[in-house]
Ligand binder design. Structure first.
Ligand code: ADP
Ligand code: MG
Length: 696
């Protein structure tokens, strides 16, 4: 057992009571935990200010000087101790309301102190209320130091374990055992990326001698964190590729026939590139595990169909799974004519497929007469068995879990079906590398030619009449419009009232016009009926909550008005805007907001007005919300980082991933002696993982 595993109660200044608190509040159990409890920022004590140069705008200042005299001012509860402090350039007041006795004992005349706090200006003088104060010592004084600031909790603070107390514990533990911390990276990696040795980095992340060393310490520890995540992901991916064989799909006759004779339009370069990537995977003999990202309208459907042709052209079957019936239905409708043109059998299987129809379908799947199957989760049922499933396409990954992905594999016993995951929710590259690090990623980053970009405008609520006027013009020109209202769970009742008020005012503003309304409290048949009226053009305006976010496809709709747009997140705004711009006509998105916007709200609206590029929008979203929020609670665990930040450290992440790939390329089993530190750390991480999974 290493000294690093020593229990925290044995640290200097930590008794059993404090130890218990540190365990329950901060999950700190051992010396190692303490060393790895990094400060979240540092107070800069490298600068010494002069009393005569203090400004009201300063948030903190540090002075070095002597106390000239003290006096007690006021009576009873309002009594305070005021010390007049001079640094030779001017005088300031130091003021204490509590702990006056202790301070009086501590203060000596003719002694130099460092004081640190926020200067406040009143009565023609600067004062420091309850400043931090310590004796100035030439040797080892605060000057030239960056003070670590640690997260603590209210409970800890009540027991006097504040950031400063914690820093003393860290200091004591550091002195005892920081040199015992094992190195986790090879000398080669450290040399290549100019990384500090681990003990030095840990020492400097707590108590950096200067800003430069702090930056170096951070870089080393961030790299390490990202590197081991990537190493694990890349290893999993390599393992999968070695163990899981996919069907070899080399024959391109059917694919080429479609490409040359049936393609309804010229593919974009991006579509061609992605198809090449898919073909290379499917022909390789290894299982394809690929994520296909492409903005709304970038043309993923045709790519999906052509991937299916690769499978079917090699004697296999293919399926496409969507998260909702509406979406499955839509996919079916767009694929059906293509399949029929190629003489292929295609069918649709959802929760509402009749048992009798199902039975026939099951039969045709099992004897191989049905080539393509589109559907919902219903595809996952055990009864659904294929003769020879070669490719499975999953649309809208974020609604299915990884687990469901793997359930599809059991659908073919000779080999694993190739997996293509499609998503229209652009994920910033850094996030994709971490969340889908075990998948290959293809991106369609180009819209079909001739598409008119959607014009987006921001309008304040006061201008609603003008917006309605614009909608009237569009309807007169034969178009249709959406008006969307937010519906947030916490304020559901209010939101409904808001929606119904909005609906009534729309009815008043457009008398005699067909208006649909769709919201979550309606039953499915009712909803479907209203949707269909809008799809058929019987109604001109659709008033709705965000239920229309995915799936509705009405090319004739050219206006999307989003009410209370400041309340939507960027991803949602982008999805909603994607509902228009699907036809040949110029489309418009109008973001309605109240007058006063929060800082973030303003950035969101400005971003939407500035760009239609989903990846750019996703990047802004990542900066605003951080990776955890972006992926939703359920997946954030994957990106719970201690020190690295996916919004800031994209470049370092790329380096870490490249390094991980290169390492496993050269030394797949990590057997070389120089890589022993890396292997040991991987084992250590695996040990901890199983420990936590056992107790949770
Ligand atoms: P998404 O990526 O949102 O699923 P779709 O596949 O539904 O996009 O394509 C949107 C529209 O663009 C469809 O009507 C489709 O037929 C059309 N489309 C796709 N690719 C091209 C292309 N290369 N040229 C012209 N139109 C295309
Ligand atoms: Mg689509």
């Amino acid at each position: 057992m290493s000294v690093l595993d020593t229990k925290i109660e044995f640290a200097k200044g930590v008794g059993t009571k404090r130890a218990d608190l540190l365990k329950t509040e901060l999950n700190l159990h051992t010396f190692r935990d303490v060393l790895e409890y990094y400060p979240f920022r540092h107070e800069d004590r490298t600068e010494l200010h002069k009393a005569k140069n203090l400004l009201e705008s300063m948030t903190v200042a540090q002075l070095k000087g002597k106390i000239l005299y003290t006096s007690l001012v006021g009576e009873g509860a309002k009594q305070r101790l005021v010390a007049t402090f001079s640094d030779g350039t001017g005088e300031v007041d130091l003021v204490w309301f509590h702990g006056i006795n202790g301070i009086q004992k501590f203060i000596k005349s003719q002694t130099e102190y460092l004081i640190y706090g926020q200067p406040q200006f009143f009565n023609g003088k600067f004062s420091f209320i309850h400043p931090e104060m310590e004796l100035y010592q030439e040797e080892g004084s605060s000057i030239g130091l960056l003070y670590p600031v640690y997260n603590t909790t209210e409970k800890l603070k009540r027991s006097y374990v504040n950031s400063k107390a914690l820093s003393k514990v860290v200091q004591a533990v550091l002195e005892k055992c920081v040199t015992q911390l094992p190195e986790t990276l090879s000398d080669e990696l450290r040399a290549e990326f100019e990384l500090l040795p681990r003990p030095d980095a840990v020492r400097c992340i707590h108590f950096p001698p200067n800003v430069g060393m702090l930056a170096k310490a951070k870089k080393r520890l961030k790299f390490e964190e990202l590197f081991f995540i990537q190493l694990q992901l890349v290893r999993q991916k390599r393992l999968k590729q070695q163990t899981f064989h996919g069907m070899v799909c080399r024959d391109t006759k059917l694919f080429t026939d479609f490409f040359e004779n049936h393609l309804p339009f010229e593919l974009t370069d991006a579509q061609k590139r992605v198809l090449k990537e898919i073909y290379t995977d499917m022909a390789s003999g290894k299982q394809m595990n690929r994520l296909l990202q492409g903005d709304v309208g970038s043309g993923k459907t045709i790519v999906a169909f052509m991937a299916m042709l690769i499978a079917v052209g090699n004697g296999a079957q293919a399926c496409l799974m969507a998260p909702t019936e509406i979406l499955a239905d839509q996919h079916y409708r767009s694929l059906e004519p293509l399949a029929t043109a190629m003489g292929l059998q295609i069918d649709l299987l959802t929760g509402s497929t009749r048992t009798r129809v199902r039975r026939v379908m099951h039969q045709r799947l099992e004897n191989g007469n049905l080539h393509l199957l589109v559907g919902t989760h219903a595809l996952l049922e055990d009864k659904v068995q294929f003769e020879n499933l070669g490719l499975c396409i999953i649309d809208e990954q974020h609604r299915f879990g990884v687990e469901q992905r793997s359930r599809l594999w059991t659908k073919n016993e000779q080999h694993y079906p190739h997996i293509l995951v499609m998503t229209a929710t652009p994920i910033p590259r850094t996030l994709a590398m971490t969340l889908y690090g075990d998948l290959d990623v293809s991106v369609i980053d180009q819209l079909p030619a001739g598409r008119k970009p959607i014009v987006t405008a921001h309008r304040y609520d006061a201008h609603r009449l003008r917006v309605f006027g614009f909608i009237k013009e569009q309807i007169a020109a034969g178009r249709q419009a959406y008006i969307v209202y937010p519906l947030i769970e916490e304020s559901e009742k209010l939101d409904y009232k808001n929606l119904m008020d909005g609906y009534e005012s729309v009815c008043r503003a457009f008398p005699g016009m067909g208006i649909s309304i769709v919201h979550g409290q309606m039953g499915a048949p009712e909803k479907e009926y209203e949707m269909q009226r809008f799809v058929k053009g019987e109604t001109k305006i659709m008033v709705a909550t965000t239920v229309i976010e995915v799936g509705v496809n009405v090319p004739n709709a050219s206006v999307m008005v989003i009410e209370n747009a400041e309340r939507f997140g960027l991803a949602q705004l982008h999805q909603l805007r994607g509902r228009v711009g699907r036809g040949a006509e110029q489309s418009y998105c109008i973001l309605m907001t109240k007058d006063k916007l929060s800082q973030d709200g303003k950035i969101r609206i400005d971003t939407m007005v500035r760009t239609t590029n989903g990846f750019e929008i996703a990047d802004v979203d990542l900066q605003l919300r951080g990776p955890g929020d972006l992926m939703g609670k359920q997946q954030s665990g994957t990106v719970d980082l201690i020190i690295a930040d996916l919004a800031q450290d994209g470049e370092l992440l790329q380096q870490a991933r490249t390094a991980a790939i290169a390492l496993l390329e050269h030394d797949p089993q990590l057997q070389r002696p120089q890589n022993a530190p890396i292997r040991n750390q991987l084992n250590e991480l695996a040990r901890h993982k199983s420990f936590w999974s056992r107790i949770s």
